[in-house]
Design a protein around this ligand. Structure first.
Ligand code: AMP
Length: 190
C-alpha cells in the first residue's frame, strides 16, 4: 500500500490535488475537514461542538482527531491500494500518533507539502468563500487559520523531514502545474 500525506497551509490546494491523485492512482482520499463538516451537517451534539471550533479557525482537539483517523484505518476496504490523507496530521502530536498507528499496521507514508505564498493563500480562500458556503472562509477566520497553521502545523513538516519522508512542491501555479510535480513524486513511490 502506498500512502500519501498531502499537507500545506489552508488554501494551498490539498483538496483539489488529493482528488486528482486519488483518481489517477486509485487511492482512498480521506479529508478530515470534509469528515468534520459531515458531522456538523448531521446536527449531532458532537457536530455542534466541532462547529464552534472550526468557525473560529481553531483546531479540533488531538484526541478527537486521532480517534477519527484510527477508526478510518480500522475500517479500510480490503481492496484498498493506498490512502491520501488530506488535513491530517495538523500537529506534531497527531504526526506522532499517526506514525505509531501506521507502524502497528505495517504501513508507511510519505508527506508532500504544497508550498504557496501567504497573499495567494488569502486570495484563494476569499475567492472560495464566495461559493463554498464555508463559515471559515471569511477574512477574520482566515487570519486565525493561518496563525494556527504557522504555530501548530508547520512543525509537522520538520518532523517528517527528520524522518526522511518529506517532499515539497511549488503550489503557486495552475492546478495542472502542481499536479504534474505531485504526479512525478507519487509515480516514483507507487
Ligand atoms: P480543512 O477542510 O482541511 O481546511 O479543515 C477545516 C477545519 O477543520 C480546520 O480549520 C480545523 O478547524 C478542522 N480540522 C481539519 N483537520 C483537522 C485536524 N487534523 N486537526 C484539528 N482540526 C482539524
Amino acid at each position: 500500500m502506498t500512502n500519501i500525506i498531502l499537507c500545506g497551509a489552508p488554501g494551498s490546494g490539498k483538496g483539489t490535488q488529493s482528488e486528482l491523485l486519488a483518481k489517477k492512482y486509485h487511492l482512498l482520499h480521506f479529508s478530515t475537514g470534509d469528515a468534520l463538516r459531515a458531522e456538523i451537517k448531521s446536527g449531532s451534539a458532537l457536530g455542534k461542538e466541532i462547529e464552534a471550533i472550526i468557525s473560529k479557525g481553531n483546531l479540533v482537539p488531538d484526541v478527537k482527531m486521532i480517534a477519527l483517523i484510527e477508526n478510518f484505518f480500522d475500517n479500510l476496504p480490503t481492496n484498498c491500494k493506498g490512502v491520501i490523507l488530506d488535513g491530517f496530521p495538523r500537529t506534531v502530536e497527531q504526526a506522532k500518533a499517526l506514525t505509531e498507528m501506521m507502524h502497528n499496521r505495517n504501513l508507511s507514508a510519505i508527506l508532500i507539502e504544497l508550498l504557496v505564498e501567504e497573499n495567494e493563500l488569502v486570495n484563494r480562500m476569499l475567492f472560495r468563500g464566495q461559493t463554498s458556503g464555508r463559515a471559515d472562509d471569511t477574512p477574520e477566520v482566515i487570519q486565525q487559520r493561518l496563525k494556527v497553521y504557522h504555530e501548530q502545523t508547520a512543525p509537522v513538516s520538520t518532523y517528517y523531514l527528520k524522518q526522511g519522508n518529506y517532499f515539497a512542491v511549488n503550489g503557486m501555479g495552475e492546478i495542472e502545474d502542481t499536479f504534474r510535480q505531485l504526479d512525478k513524486i507519487v509515480g516514483f513511490h507507487i
